[in-house]
Design a protein around this ligand. Structure first.
Ligand code: GRF
Length: 198
């Protein structure tokens, strides 16, 4: 029985593409959600004939209403795992309650360093020599949930945000596919901040 995966995107969707292009021997992507109608990830889903849903915060009176609509829309697909793959929104209580310890996020820095929307830029500005990516479970904070896996990327002296982010994304896509594959196959146990994938 394949695990049912719903992927949330805001932008280019190359992480989504990596999930779609992988063997998918333990999971099936059953739906793709975006917070904006022009997210390129939606076209990638269309190309595969996958159902899509746009839940735009601008269409709702407040964050709570948006979060509730998101939870209901995703819930209709009965996912085992929800994967935020470049989804640039903070999830609220309705989402966290609907899918407890079942939401995964990927972040382009080695958390807890450089959380937030500008993880790549912030690592460069700080003068870090090594950064990378983190795949973690989502909790109520900003990039604060228990860590599933991390991979390091060296920062080159001539890197700018674009070149560094592209190198991070190469590593990030591989890490995300690996973790989603393993979670789909065997799940995980969470004790405090420590996560074990058996
Ligand atoms: C990824 O690096 C993700 O961690 C960050 O934005 C990027 C999204 O890339 N939040 P893509 O849309 O999957 O190509």
């Amino acid at each position: 029985m394949l695990a049912r995966i719903v992927v949330l995107v805001s932008g280019a969707g190359s992480n989504l593409q990596a999930l779609l292009d992988a063997d998918q021997d333990s999971y099936a992507v059953v739906g793709v959600v975006a917070d904006r109608p022009d997210a390129q990830g939606l076209a990638r889903a269309d190309d595969r004939g996958l159902p899509t849903l746009v839940v735009d915060p601008g269409d709702f009176p407040d964050r709570a209403a948006w979060d509730t609509a998101l939870a209901h829309g995703i819930g209709d697909w009965a996912p085992d795992w929800v994967v935020c793959a470049g989804f640039m929104r903070i999830l609220g209580p309705a989402m966290l309650d609907a899918f407890p310890q079942r939401i995964v996020n990927t972040h382009p820095a080695l958390l807890p360093s450089f959380p937030g929307a500008h993880g790549v830029r912030d690592a460069l500005a700080y003068g870090a020599r090594v950064t990378g990516c983190t795949v973690h479970l989502v909790d109520a904070g900003v990039d604060t949930g228990p860590i599933l896996a991390q991979a390091a990327v060296q920062i080159a002296p001539d890197d700018d945000e674009g070149t560094l982010h592209e190198r991070i994304k190469v590593v990030e896509r591989e890490l995300l596919v690996d973790i989603v594959t393993r979670l789909s196959a065997v799940g995980c146990t969470v004790e405090g901040r420590r996560v074990t994938i058996p």
